[in-house]
Design a protein around this ligand. Structure first.
Ligand SMILES: Cc1ncc(COP(=O)(O)O)c(C=O)c1O
Length: 406
């Protein structure tokens, strides 16, 4: 049996590196090399690899209860996590639906939005609006609200029809004519990660939220990437002082240890499902919904925010990003630099811009040789380090990028 790896053209790419162990911001290969994980292993790791507090919480939980069906049952880790999320989210977001990964968090949010209106007797409100350049995951529903890209092109006939807007003016235009058939707008707040760390203004996010509120359209914030401090605040929506109707969380939820996701909604949304009519229930779930190990990891990860100076680390990363990116701003090879919180991106000029840019093929192995895991999104070099990264290591990432451009 051979393993088929994700997002990998195995015919042309290097064979996978075998990782033996992780420690802090580092990964160690079986053949004794040390790699600096400058992308938090696909944006999931927050406090460092193998953080003992999370590792111990998982071990303790595994010895007590590894899993139980989540329909008709509950357990302490799920309840503790709900309470912990309640403490960091706005008060009005108070019903959490657990699933397994970012894509399922989005699927659940889309289905909740559509069924919300149906349960309220408005089944014509069943269309979703998404943003240009969006990425929300790889399952069919999540892929449908994502923008056209090399990831979606083979599945054009399978994708569900969605409405797409670039900005608030376009959203306003659609809502003025079609609001009676729109269930929800889904956005990645302030930064579109997979599109190449594309940022957009706080004011635009505020207007999206406001237009939804004024037009009876649910507002879904996909904070799968931006949640848990990535953008410098616990959640990206905080930058705009907005509260969504639904929020999708995953990736950093467990500190990067286990697959778990949460789709969280308001009383108002939940109440449309709470009824004597069994057909009004949300018929969605996964075998591992609310997995106790994942919940225990997430509770431990959130505890680390209280026990360690996490936001000071985030501020240190932000400051280094801002300082070092300024060196690249006017570089002849650079089209644009972008940063938000712990996220930084350098878009390189290319004849073939986009995810399949040939630049990536050359840059990725080069960075590995320099001891850094950086996985450019096509012609966009970006870093999203674990918060535990040292200033010296982050400076080294920039030194290597600088030298590479030279
Ligand atoms: C904003 C956003 N939503 C959803 C997803 C999908 O998450 P997952 O890969 O866990 O399915 C991602 C993954 O990168 C993402 O960035």
């Amino acid at each position: 049996m051979k393993i088929w790896h994700p997002y990998t053209q195995e015919a042309t790419e290097l064979p996978p590196l075998e990782i033996d162990r992780g420690d802090g911001a580092y990964l160690f290969t079986r053949d004794g090399r040390r790699l600096l994980d400058a992308i938090s292993s696909w944006w999931v790791n927050l406090h460092g690899h193998a953080h003992p507090l999370i590792a111990e919480a998982i071990a303790r939980q595994a010895a007590q209860l590894e899993h139980v069906i989540f329909a008709g049952f509950t357990h302490a880790p799920a309840e503790e996590l709900a309470a912990a999320l309640g403490r960091i989210l706005p008060e009005s977001l108070n019903h959490v639906f657990y699933s397994d990964n970012g894509s399922t968090a989005v699927e659940a949010a889309l289905k909740i939005a559509v069924q919300y209106w149906r349960n309220k007797g408005r089944k014509e409100k069943n269309r979703i609006i998404a943003l240009e350049h969006a990425y929300h995951g790889d399952t069919i529903g999540a892929m449908s609200v994502s923008a056209d890209s090399p990831f979606t092109q083979s599945f054009e006939d399978l994708r569900l029809p969605m409405l797409r807007v670039r900005d608030a003016e376009e959203l306003e235009g659609i809502l003025s004519k079609q609001k009676h058939e729109i269930a929800a707008l889904i956005v990645e707040p302030l930064i579109q990660g997979a599109a190449g760390m594309r940022t957009y203004p706080i004011q635009r996010l505020k207007r999206f939220r406001d237009l939804c509120a004024r037009n009876e359209v649910l507002f879904i914030a996909d904070e799968v990437f931006t949640g848990f401090g990535r953008t410098g605040r616990m959640f990206a929506c905080e930058h705009a002082s907005i509260v969504p109707d639904l929020i999708c969380l995953s990736k950093g939820l467990t500190g990067g240890f286990l697959p778990l996701a949460a789709t969280i909604c308001t009383d108002e949304v939940y109440e449309a499902f709470y009824s004597a009519d069994p057909a009004h229930a949300f018929f969605h779930g996964h075998s591992y919904s609310g997995n106790p190990l994942g919940c225990a990891a997430a509770v431990a990860s959130l505890k680390i925010f209280d026990l360690e100076p996490v936001f000071e680390r985030i501020a240190m990363i932000e400051a280094i990003h801002r300082n070092r990116l300024s060196e690249f701003e006017n570089h002849p090879a650079v089209a644009e630099v972008r940063t938000l919180g712990t996220i930084a991106a350098i878009e390189i000029r290319a004849d073939d811009p986009g995810y399949l840019s040939n630049l990536r093929t050359r840059l990725y192995p080069h960075f590995l040789e320099k001891g850094i895991l950086l996985r450019p999104l096509g012609n966009v070099i970006y870093t999203v380090p674990p918060y535990i990264i040292s200033a010296i290591d982050l400076q080294y990432v920039y030194d290597v990028v600088q030298e590479t451009l030279r």
